[in-house]
Ligand binder design. Sequence first.
Ligand code: TYD
Length: 136
Amino acid sequence: MALADCRLLGLPKIADHRGNLTFIEGGRHVPFQIERVYYLYDVPGGAERGGHAHKQLHQFIIAMSGSFDVVIDDGLERKRVHLNRSYNGLYLCPMTWRELDNFSSGSVCMVLASRHYDESDYIRDYGEFTATVNRA
Ligand code: TYD
């Protein structure tokens, strides 16, 4: 999978003077069925999350509040994406190395995932990741 397969996707936004509403339907607004949702919050200033790839997992990352950066890497190139709107999200296909940093104070990062948590789906060593993608 190339970095170009990871893309920023816009979500529906129902603008209303009472407050805006955004919704996400699995297989429709994100290119997979959603089996798990998790979120990062109370992230201390300067902290970094991620630092791994997934073998099979598809994910979609949204800045529900505040902002942060996602550095994505397919073993050939590396790109930094700034997320700061709750009606946009970043789709990450399997075998994408990611690092999250630059969290603003009070930010919340929500992640939609295509599978339940499975530690055996992780590649946590960058050397192992590049060796695996370059063999493929
Ligand atoms: P990890 O995915 O490494 O966090 P991040 O990439 O956001 O920095 O997960 C951190 C810990 O939380 C790890 O021990 C596994 C556990 N965890 C679960 O038990 N279930 C989950 O759905 C997730 C995402 C993590």
